[in-house]
Design a protein around this ligand. Structure first.
Ligand code: SF4
Length: 197
């Protein structure tokens, strides 16, 4: 696990990146930086467990479909100024990997926002892109399927079977290879703790 290498490679891809020892420190930095914005959260156990929603809503207009559903969800998500996300894996070579079933989580991070933030625990680090994709598919996706009680084989045994289930949660694999031109800023807050899966 090479923190410095990861930060350097993210910077080279025009993605801002900083390291924090703890999730509390990362959250404090986020709250100082994000104020007076329309903030949308993508599904993320990391963001849930660190209390990011309650912290950010003190000074922002915040929406998260995990907290309250709106019939207008798609429009609200499209209107976000700031998008909050995590990653299923982060390659030390600088690529950010996510798997999504619906698409809102990866779409929100790719286009239209002023700023996109990824909060990523060091447990998500992988040496290179192939290892990051492997981690996303073999570790993160089965764990998420179990959390969601999905009707998929991985929810039973914790292993990916590259299924064709109707309840499959792995319909989209996204790899952020550099700051998308369609977002103003992209920043990774790498945290020296185990966060999410
Ligand atoms: S492809 Fe199917 S079996 Fe594999 S992790 Fe995704 S939902 Fe589970």
């Amino acid at each position: 696990m090479d923190i410095e290498k990861t930060l350097k490679n993210l910077h080279a891809r025009h993605i801002e990146a900083e390291y924090y020892e703890t999730a509390a420190q990362a959250l404090e930095a986020l709250c100082a930086e994000v104020q007076g914005k329309r903030v949308v959260f993508g599904g993320s156990v990391t963001l849930r467990d660190m209390g990011a929603f309650d912290a950010l809503r003190e000074r922002n207009d915040v929406y998260w479909h995990w907290v309250e559903r709106s019939d207008n969800q798609r429009q609200i998500e499209c209107d976000a100024q700031v998008y909050m996300a995590s990653a299923n894996a982060l390659a030390e070579t600088g690529e950010i990997v996510n798997i999504d079933g619906t698409g809102n989580r990866v779409a929100g991070a790719m286009y239209g926002c002023e700023s996109v933030y990824y909060v990523v625990g060091v447990n998500k680090l992988a040496p290179d892109l192939n290892a990051a994709i492997e981690r996303a598919r073999q570790v993160a996706a089965p764990r998420n399927a179990q959390r969601l009680k999905a009707q998929t084989p991985c929810a039973v045994d914790g292993k990916c079977h590259d299924c064709r289930s109707s309840g499959r949660i792995c319909n989209i694999l996204s790899v952020i290879m550099g700051k998308p031109n369609g977002v103003g800023r992209c920043k990774v807050l790498l945290v020296g703790e185990t966060l999410g899966y």
